[in-house]
Every structure is written in C-alpha cells, then in structure tokens.
Design a protein around this ligand. Sequence first.
Ligand SMILES: Cc1ncc(COP(=O)(O)O)c(C=O)c1O
Length: 390
Amino acid sequence: MTTPRPARRTDDIAPFFVMEILARAQALEAQGRDIVHMEVGEPDFPTPEPIVQAAQAALAGGHTRYTPAVGLPALRRAIADYYGRRFDAAVAPERIVVTPGSSVALQLVMAVLVDPGDAVLLCDPGYPCNRHLVRMVEGRTVALPVGPDNGFRPTPAQVDAAWTDRTRALLVASPSNPTGTVIGPDALRDLHRVVRAKGGCLIVDEIYQELAYESAPHTALALEADDVFVVNSFSKYFGMTGWRVGWLVAPPAFVGALDRLAQNLYIAAPTMAQHAAVAAFAPETITILEERRRTFGERRDWLVPALERLGLRVAARPEGAFYVYADCSALTDDSFRLAGRLLEEAGVAVTPGADFGMNRPERYLRFAYTTGLERLQEGVRRIGRFLQVR
Ligand SMILES: Cc1ncc(COP(=O)(O)O)c(C=O)c1O
C-alpha cells in the first residue's frame, strides 16, 4: 500500500521567509521582547471609517448573499468611474472582474492565458507568489534579472531575447515589490511594443499604483490595447488587506472565459467586502487615504538616507509602494543570515532578498515602512548599534 502524498506541484511552492520571520518576531514578543516590524507588507493604518460604515450598512441591509461571479455591478461601475475620473482612461465596467484580492486576479490571468508548458516572463527580484501561480497551471516561468542600474526594470531587449514561441506573457509590477521602483509610461509603452510584436500579453500589477511619491500615478490601461491585463487591489492604498477584494481589468475577448473561471473557482468575492469597497472611492475616503500617502512619503524620505548612513546602499530610488530594497553587500555576503541576526540580536524584523528570487538575493534586505516614523527611527538606531558591536 502506498501512502497518500501531496501532489508534486506542491514541492515547487516555496514558503515566504517573511512569514517565518513574522512568526519568530511574534514568538520573541510573546517572551517580552520589543520588536520593530519592518518586514510586514501591509499598511499599519486601519481601514478608513467610511468603508467600515458601508460594510456595516451592507450587513444591516441584509446583503449577505452571493454577488455575480464577476462582481457587484455597483462596484464594477465604481472602479470604471475611478479610471475615467483619475486617469482619464475609458474602461467599460464589463471588462472589470472583481476578485478575492489581487492574488486571485493574478491566478485568473494565469488560468486564462497559460496552457501546460507555456512560459511567462517575470522580473527577478519580484513578487514571489507569481512564479507559484504559473506553476499551479503547469506553466513555466522565465526570470528576467533586473538590477539597480536600470531601476530594476526589464528592458525591451531582455524581453525580446527571452521570448520563445511558448511565451504567453510578460508580467511586471509598478511600483514594484520589493524595490518600490516605477515603470514610467514611456518605458511601459516600449515593453508593450515588444510583447505586442510577439503576439503575447502584457500583465501589469498596479496594486501599489496610488502609493507613488514622485510622479503622478499612471495606468497601463492608457495603452488602450487588447492584449493588456491590469491587476489591482483594495488591499494596500485603500487599507483593506483583510477584506480580500481586488480586481482585474481584462481585454473584452477574455471576459467570458474569466467569468466561467470565477464562477467555478470562487463563485464570487466576499459580498460585504464588495459593498464596503464601493465607499473606497468616496471623496471623504480619498481625503483620509491621501493623508496616509503623504505619511508614507515622509517615512520614505526619512528612511532612505538613514539606511544609507548605515552603509546600506539604495541604488535605485524607490518612488512608490512602501518598500526599500537595500544593498547590504558592504556589510555582509549573506543577507539571510543578517536578517536572522537583526531579529534575534537587535530586535528588528526585515525581509531577506531570498524571498524575491535568485538574482543576487544575498546582497539585499527589504525594509517595509509600514510602521510609524518613531518606530522606524528606533529600528535604525538598533541596527546602527548592532553593526558597531558585532
Ligand atoms: C506586488 C503584489 N501583488 C499582489 C499582492 C497580493 O495582494 P492582495 O491579494 O492582498 O491584493 C501583493 C501583496 O503583498 C503584492 O505585493
């Protein structure tokens, strides 16, 4: 008799080191240690009150049943209006598929585009889940190594060289996790031109779009192309990580297949969260969120030079998101070990580069400025003391 075992694909699904660090940090806290959290990729602010009130009203109004698989009509309209108002981009609500977080939007894109053996190009370093999502649909990922010299952006020449007749798509995130760097409208257009010439699709993860500190946010939907998918979420800027609601904007030809996938994979995104998310675009919510965006910007402005004074090089300026991807190679040749020691000996939790790919991860640490300025200052003080005495 053979013993049942998990499917082989699960062997390829790596854990997040950051979750292990978070768990260890929490264990240390349970022992009474004070830990500065710079590892967590979620805003430290609570969900804005108008969103919470909209959820309460939805519950009181008995809105507890399934919505259509592609999403609550009012929310699809609200998202379409947002693109028109904010980016002057005409997006029909019918192209919008509401999902349980952008994580599921990314899963849907992979399911709708990738056949077994097809390839997707991803940036390295990049958001680690993407390669696993491709693996789940029996696809292959091809890593495009990106570095500070080019703002951690892939070049059109790199995409051209990596493309084969099995490649279906290029996926980029702007601003990026872990680097915070932005792909501007011109660079995005250049990448799209190559992808289009190959007959593939461009997938742009815009989850950190509104967390941009130097230039006005933009959207890939401005390309007005029938081969561009945009993924977004209420998690980060809108402060709704735990509500699990995001969305996908797809070319019209894909919406029917996406609807069927959504029906079968999750029936619908959480109804209460969808009602709540309609209020995310209300002017009173945006006022709160813009204040928070300014706060994130101030934290970044303080943190980047403070890290550089410690000997951590920030070679590509993080223009968005809430991360700094700092080069610690002047201090160590093993960022994984350094992250462990910073947690155990200095009481500061950060994420090692190993979470984000194979492209020189040992040189990098990711610092999230998802905690208040005073805590960031305390964290930097502790790292400074640790580096002096170690
Ligand atoms: C680049 C990127 N994309 C997608 C996600 C998934 O977020 P969610 O499923 O909460 O929308 C994250 C979360 O950290 C992320 O950093």
